[in-house]
Design a protein around this ligand. Sequence first.
Ligand SMILES: [Cu+2]
Length: 161
Amino acid sequence: MKAALAALALFAAGAQPAAAATAATLEAVQPWSRPAAAGTTGAGYLTLVNHGKADALIGAETPLAQRVEMHASTMASGVMSMAQETRVPLAASGAVAFAPGGRHLMFIGLKRALRVGDHVPATLNFASGEKLKVDFVVGTGAPATPMAPMAPMDHTNMPGM
Ligand SMILES: [Cu+2]
């Protein structure tokens, strides 16, 4: 059963086109992800460009994870913490960056490992009803800032803080 699911996930990932997807008014620029082990949490980064009127990202999904959350990281008194966001506003003709150390997507409960070169197909859902297909490419393209093993909402007992 597990093997069948994994095969299905691999097939789904392989079937996605690699090109950056664009909806009518929304564009995903340089979507990328990081290597992660099965069962852990992956991260998604990109810049969302809105060529139309004001909208908001209200959710996302991928067949490779149990769920996708939008998070904002903030640094306060030298401690990094994350808060879940349910709505990320996109101004008319504006852009929002999802990048390490800031806002990001979290792929929670990965159904398989993400390795360099893998693709994570995802669908982003917007308040306007628009859906944007995005293909996150797994790479090591950013400075390594190791994240704590996922207890996403509670970083108060991290060692060394
Ligand atoms: Cu997070």
